[in-house]
Design a protein around this ligand. Structure first.
Ligand code: SF4
Length: 288
């Protein structure tokens, strides 16, 4: 089956031991059947260690007391890859941070913003976001409409604030939110990382729309919005608008691009990678 990717996709490479927020820490990894069969069939010391570190009805690796994957060694590298190669990884580890949307005769695959290298790659890219769809679907309702949304967001003759407002108007919405209300709402969601609460506190100090007019952040917000549309368009444009607003308000307090990229990474881990939180954000917007 044909698989299509955003133009930046091929540039991604996991930075492994250089990663400060490794995906091998804090996530419970479920192991698929094929990987389980492989782990049962291997012999040797590591194979034995793999088998003793799997538990549960839905088999998963047991994290250590610091919530680290037991195969993430002290050099920040994965013992399974070092010994058996990437092919021996379970699907979740092998595919992360990739996500896919499956359509009738093709698949769209992208990179998720919960990975610090993917977030850097996606949000510092200067070229406009693009994905080359099969010609058979370009005029299809869903993809045609999504392309119209990309065109609004990528109209670089207008400031980003206007682009967000135009998009909101197209759907009978407003790109304007009460940060106090948003603070209460985001604090009511399930949280993975305690430090996310400190980031949310910045919403209380935030000053509204001005951040979306900052010249140095135009491409950052354009790429961010296009990512959310690419990944979540089936949920409507509300998820993208609200997510960009919250991230923008928090980032207004950041002193460097590095800090901003970290806010996005956290937002993605906290919200996008929790099905329940994503659903609540979508529902929150619909209720307004
Ligand atoms: S978060 Fe990204 S860069 Fe870091 S270890 Fe995972 S895939 Fe690699």
């Amino acid at each position: 089956m044909k698989e299509v990717f955003p133009s930046y996709y091929g540039k991604f490479k996991c930075i492994a031991d250089k990663c400060k927020h490794s995906c091998c820490i804090g996530w419970e990894i479920d192991i698929d059947e094929a990987a389980m069969d492989l782990y049962q069939s291997l012999s040797g010391e590591l194979a034995e260690r793999i088998r003793t570190n799997i538990e549960g009805e839905v088999p998963h690796f047991v994290l250590d007391e610091k919530e680290r994957c037991p195969f993430l060694n002290k050099n920040g590298l994965c013992d399974i890859i070092s010994t058996y190669g990437e092919e021996a990884l379970c699907d979740i580890c092998y595919l992360h941070p990739r996500f896919s949307h499956f359509y009738e005769d093709f698949t769209e695959t992208g990179l998720g913003l919960c990975c610090e290298e993917a977030v850097r790659l996606i949000l510092t890219e200067k070229e406009k976001f693009s994905v080359s769809l099969p010609s058979s679907v370009r005029n299809d309702g869903f993809f045609k409409e999504r392309n119209e949304v990309f065109e609004i967001l990528q109209n670089r003759t207008a400031p980003m604030l206007q682009r967000f407002q135009k998009l909101a108007e197209k759907y009978g919405l407003k790109f304007d939110f009460s940060n106090d209300l948003l603070y209460d709402f985001y604090m009511s969601l399930e949280r993975l990382d305690k430090s996310w609460e400190n980031e949310l506190l910045k919403l209380k100090e935030a000053k509204g729309k001005a951040v979306f007019e900052r010249k140095d952040l135009q491409i950052f917000f354009e790429q961010l919005a296009c990512y959310f549309i690419f990944r979540h368009f089936k949920n409507g444009v509300g998820f993208a608008l609200l997510s960009c607003w919250v991230i923008g308000e928090i980032c207004a307090e950041c002193r460097s691009m590095e800090e901003m990229l970290d806010v996005v990474r956290m937002y993605s881990s906290e919200i996008e990678y929790s099905e329940e939180n994503t659903e609540k954000v979508v529902a929150f917007f619909r209720k307004r």
